[in-house]
Design a protein around this ligand. Structure first.
Ligand SMILES: NC(=O)c1ccc[n+]([C@@H]2O[C@H](COP(=O)([O-])OP(=O)(O)OC[C@H]3O[C@@H](n4cnc5c(N)ncnc54)[C@H](OP(=O)(O)O)[C@@H]3O)[C@@H](O)[C@H]2O)c1
Length: 286
């Protein structure tokens, strides 16, 4: 029984390979990647798999039984890319697809949701047995800003007092590995999010506590926050999108209290304090 992982050289994909190796060993796993040279350290079979090259997708999926389809990061191109993958999976006889979607994809105001909803529809129309993992926000989306916050003496954003149910990529990857290696998940849609929601004020307070410095959270108007992100070198389109996600978060779009993630992984999701500590420890070692 072969299980393949798309985006295996990405940040979530690497964790998924790790978690699946722990549960299945490496023999049964295949990394499907755009850049095989980046995958040498994964320690499993690697096949070239560029979502824009349908023939490569069909070759890559030969003999694959179960597929973890990690959504592409090419916003705006994802629906046609995912269609290519699902078409190839159908042709290759893949028996089960587990897809990483977005928390409350069918009702969320997040502009990101459209491509996920479209992909979920494609999966339903394909007739291939599938499971949808609607992943909430990664802690890392925010903790990546910790070095800048320490440098500037403040954490900035536009999420107001919005409560965000973050979990780490490791938590979400573990859930994917559990689903792929246990029974009873076909046809299910999981809303996955952290157990304890936090505001960005609380993130700044935790950062202040652990660093013994005063790092306040400064809530900014959307345009101003987008401008700061753009000034840090983030392309304007993404900077505006990130700021708009914060506005959605301020209205509760990233909040969830269903605890389906911790139920799947049989442990509490990573806490805010652990997520902050991980980044500070890494910073110390670099
Ligand atoms: N829940 C959240 O908070 C959140 C945040 C950000 C993104 N996401 C979504 O979750 C996904 C996984 O997150 P992540 O952090 O692992 O993202 P990531 O590190 O950016 O990884 C994305 C992966 O997609 C691969 N990819 C992109 N275009 C491709 C193509 N044309 N053909 C083949 N592979 C392609 C990349 O390949 P290369 O390694 O060759 O570049 C990379 O491995 C993202 O792609 C995005 O859809 C979720």
């Amino acid at each position: 029984m072969k299980t393949a992982i798309t985006g295996a050289t990405g940040q979530l994909g690497r964790w998924a390979v790790e978690k699946l190796k722990q549960r299945l060993g490496g023999e049964q796993l295949i990394a499907l990647v755009r850049s095989p040279e980046k995958a040498a350290d994964l320690g499993i079979e690697v096949r070239p798999f560029d979502y824009t090259k349908p023939e490569q997708l069909l070759d890559g999926l030969q003999g694959v039984d179960h597929l973890l389809l990690i959504s592409s990061n090419e916003i705006g191109q994802r629906a046609p890319q995912h269609r290519n993958i699902i078409d190839a999976a159908k042709q290759a006889g893949v028996k089960w697809i587990v897809y990483t979607s977005l928390l409350h994809a069918d009702t969320t105001p997040l502009s990101l949701a459209d491509e996920h909803v479209e992909t979920e529809e494609m999966l339903r129309d394909s007739g291939i047995p599938h499971t949808i993992l609607r992943n909430g926000w990664y802690f890392e989306n925010y903790t990546v800003s910790i070095p800048a916050a320490l440098e500037n003496g403040a954490l900035v954003g536009s999420a107001g007092q919005g409560k965000i149910s973050s979990a780490t990529r490791e938590d979400y990857a573990e859930a994917a590995a559990v689903v792929l290696t246990t029974e009873g998940h076909v046809g299910k849609v999981y809303e996955l999010a952290g157990d304890r929601a936090h505001t960005l004020d609380e993130l700044a307070a935790e950062l202040s506590r652990q660093t013994k410095r005063e790092i306040p959270y400064k809530n900014l108007p959307e345009d101003q926050y987008a401008g700061i992100l753009a000034s840090l070198g983030i392309p304007e389109f993404y900077a505006k999108a990130i700021a708009s996600f914060d506005i959605d978060a301020s209205k509760g779009a990233l909040f969830d209290q269903g605890r389906e993630l911790s139920q799947l992984i049989s442990r509490e999701t990573t806490s805010l304090s652990e997520a902050v500590k991980t980044v500070l420890d890494q910073k110390q070692h670099n």
